[in-house]
Write a protein that binds this ligand. Structure first.
Ligand code: G6P
Length: 770
């Protein structure tokens, strides 16, 4: 209260001063108006009298002049009238003023002397009826009188102006009361506003900062959310960044200290940054991927531009790498406001709140997108590599676009590399199988790696692709090819054996083609664990989170399962639903108790197979719900829209079981994210043996998603699992993940790449050690 008062005190003083000045101004104005009014009336009356008096001067001494002036005695505010001779002697005067104005006052003398009407406000001292002095405010209106064209005296009208003083007193009093009331109201309002708009949010911000600084969260994972509001938004953005950096720095320091203490060697974002800085020694790093790390889109409602980070493990992994070395990330610009924020060279500095590296955007037409992305990459390679029994489609036109777009990206990468000696390139995924060769041919001094984020099937399977040789040759342009697991490396070497002229060295997992060596290695991608960028908001217990989610979803369930996938036919979503149906048939005691929340972000919906699959998933959920639902309970809650990382984390924390039932998956980060989010060490992961993650998370309940009986039994086993066993399994998985996190993935990949020696001969040719 005192603080608020202190803040508004200058305001109170200013309002009071302004109000008083305004009151003074009002009084002055009113006095001027009243006086002008009186002067004007006196002037008119004076002129009338002057005409009546002048003829009577000839008849002097005569009583008629006195009779005339007597008629004005006591008229309205007229105190009296007097007629003076040219010498100033009284010729006629009303009795009320005869004692004071026996001789003419100065203003009347002046009027006669100058032969000109005059008016003046004066204050005269009179004796009242009881003999006391009375100050009388008067207005004297004087007019010269003429006889035969000569000034023969003067006429004076004496108006009592005390009514003006009374009126002004009233006005002044009213204005001061107004000023007082205004000051009180404005001050009161200002205090309320200050308290609500500033003091409270500032207090909360201070409390928020203190909680962060002291780390006294009293068991909560994160402090309460910061207050919102337009004027605070900018401040809060800065404070949030500051707090996040502070938190990250503290977590990193704690982690480092813990690691030193335990002697463990865990990779953190900070360690990766420091390690890369010394390894790369200032060499800029280039990344090329189809998806971009920042998407700019225009908000249709208010026209503002919003920047979003796609929920992708790739950004988490590669951002620290780029931050460490001021690199350049080349990607397809897909946001509808992407073009508005780049410079003339299609570049912009990111991240937006701490610009540290360059994002170079490449634009594709709808036709190019159709052939390169939807066609060859997704209808062709994606279907081929996943072996999920969706027939791959290989159209010659799509292949042409795939080659053209690989060329375009390669040219952009080469342009960005100009002037950089021995650059390092990390190409990403199946969209760019041809690019490593294109870059390497033009820049043999570059170290090129490509990471293939999806499975690599066996040689029979890959042989379906009419252009398998070109794909393999393109990939072999890289110095290093990374896959998630050893099986994919084996399959790749097998494919090389059967498709191109090259020496495959199985003992050291390398391929020698025309004198150039490509290493092939597994690098299991992961998540940022421990999650140093803790999400703000209240951390609830699993039970409380489940209750909150059920009430938000309008369902009743005492046990929740969760599935999080892009709606993709490789994810085994229909198989999962089938297992839920069988489980509820076999174990009816779980009806009205267990629900699966399936978060299914629609994906690649311009591709007919995906559109159809989305419909199939919705229809199947509807069918199963129709079979079992009862009251506010239903077995499957399908949420098919995009959810943020924070929203998904809530579902993970609330679930008793997470189902990852991919028919085939390179890694599947959902499985790892579920484990990373379970700080309470509870919950069970059901994981397909066909996901790369199954190689690391062996304490999950591993299932064959095609086996509906096994899958439904696994759901039962998960829901019946004693807490002690849940904890044991979760601890093992969390320990594995803690060590094999995303930073380690990036560190291993880059460390292997930077260790590859590229030497030049005396003639300047590149000679790579074999
Ligand atoms: C997989 C691929 C990624 C791809 C992601 C999302 O994880 O390996 O390269 O970005 O799916 O798919 P989208 O087609 O939406 O980029």
């Amino acid at each position: 209260m005192r603080m608020a008062l202190k803040m508004v005190l200058p305001l109170i003083i200013s309002v009071a001063v302004v109000s008083v000045l305004f009151a003074g101004y009002q009084v002055r104005t009113e006095r001027r108006v009243l006086r002008n009014d009186l002067s004007r009336r006196a002037e008119i009356l004076g002129q009338g009298l002057q005409e009546s008096v002048e003829p009577l001067l000839d008849r002097m001494p005569d009583k008629s002049l006195q009779r005339l002036v007597d008629r004005f005695e006591g008229r309205e505010r007229l105190r009296g009238v007097a007629v003076y001779s040219a010498s100033g002697a009284t010729l006629a005067i009303t009795p009320g003023i005869s004692s004071i104005f026996q001789t003419w006052p100065d203003v009347v003398r002046d009027a006669a002397a100058k032969d000109q009407e005059q008016g003046q406000f004066v204050r005269e001292t009179l004796l009242d009826t009881s003999g006391n002095d009375e100050i009388l405010p008067l207005h004297i209106q004087a007019a010269p009188l003429h006889r035969n064209g000569e000034v023969a005296g003067a006429l004076a009208l004496f108006d009592d102006t005390s009514y003006i003083d009374v009126q002004l007193e009233h006005t002044l009093r009213d204005s001061l009361v107004n000023a007082f009331v205004q000051t009180l109201l404005i001050t009161g309002l200002a205090m309320v506003l200050v308290r609500w708009t500033f003091m409270r949010p500032l207090k909360r911000t201070a409390h928020w900062l203190r909680t962060l600084r002291t780390g006294s969260l009293n068991g909560a994972k994160a402090p309460p959310a910061l207050p919102e509001g337009e004027i605070f938004d900018q401040l809060h953005q800065e404070v949030t960044h500051l707090a996040r950096d502070l938190n990250t720095a503290r977590a990193t320091a704690e982690e480092e200290a813990r690691l030193r203490e335990t002697g463990a060697s865990i990779w953190t974002g900070e360690r990766l940054r420091v390690s890369l800085q010394s390894k790369l020694n200032g060499t800029p790093l280039f990344v090329v991927s189809n998806r971009e790390p920042y998407v700019h889109s225009r908000n249709e409602k208010d026209g503002s531009i919003r920047v979003t980070v796609p929920a992708s493990g790739l950004v988490t992994a590669l951002e620290p790498v780029l931050l460490a070395c001021n690199g350049t990330w080349v990607a397809n610009g897909t946001g509808n406001a992407d073009r508005e924020v780049v410079d003339a060279n299609d570049r912009l500095r990111v991240p937006p709140d701490l610009p540290s590296y360059t994002l170079r955007r490449v634009w594709l037409t709808a036709e190019e997108e159709r052939g390169f992305y939807e066609g060859f990459s997704n209808e062709g390679l994606w279907a081929l590599c996943h072996m999920a029994h969706t027939r791959p489609l290989f159209r010659p036109d799509d292949w042409i676009q795939y080659q053209r777009i690989n060329r375009r990206f390669a040219d952009v990468v080469l342009q960005e590399m100009e002037g950089t000696e021995s650059p390092i390139l990390l190409a990403q995924d199946y969209h760019f199988a041809l690019l490593p060769r294109m870059v390497k041919d033009a820049r043999p001094d570059a170290r090129v790696a490509i990471f293939w984020h999806i499975p690599w099937p066996n040689q029979e399977m890959i042989g379906i692709c009419p252009w398998q040789r070109e794909l393999v040759d393109g990939l072999l342009g890289a110095d290093l090819i990374g896959f998630h697991i050893q099986t994919h490396c084996n399959n790749f070497l097998g494919t090389v054996d059967h498709s191109v002229e090259a020496l495959t060295e199985w003992d050291r997992f390398a391929v020698n083609r025309n004198g150039h060596v490509t290493r092939v290695r597994p690098y299991p991608i992961s998540v940022a664990f421990p999650d140093t960028a803790a999400t703000p908001g209240e951390a609830r217990s699993a039970g409380a989170e489940r209750a909150a989610i059920c009430s938000e979803l309008g369902i009743e369930a005492s046990l929740l399962g969760v599935g999080v996938d892009r709606v993709d036919y490789t994810k085994g979503i229909l198989e999962r639903f089938g297992a839920i149906e069988r489980f509820l048939d076999l174990y009816p005691a779980y009806q009205r108790r267990f629900s699966l929340v399936q978060i299914g972000a629609p994906s690649r919906t311009d591709i007919p197979r995906y559109k159809l699959f989305l419909e199939e998933v919705s229809a199947e959920a509807e069918r199963i719900n129709g079979k079992f639902h009862s009251g506010r309970w239903k077995p499957i809650v399908l949420l098919n829209w995009h959810h943020s990382h924070e929203e998904i984390a809530r579902y993970f924390r609330a679930a008793s079981v997470c189902l990852v039932t991919s028919l085939h998956d390179g890694m599947n980060l959902v499985a790892k994210e579920f484990v990373a989010s379970r700080e309470d060490e509870l919950g069970v992961l059901i994981l397909s043996t066909f996901a790369g993650a199954a190689h690391e998370l062996t304490d999950a309940l591993l299932v064959n998603p095609y086996d509906v009986s096994q899958l439904s039994e696994a759901i039962h086993q998960a829901l019946e699992m004693p807490e002690a066993e849940q904890i044991k399994r979760m601890q093992w998985m969390r320990n594995a993940l803690r060590e094999h996190n995303i930073f380690r993935w990036a560190a291993n990949l880059l460390s292997d790449l930077t260790e590859i020696r590229i030497e030049t001969t005396e003639r300047g040719e590149i000679r790579q050690p074999q």
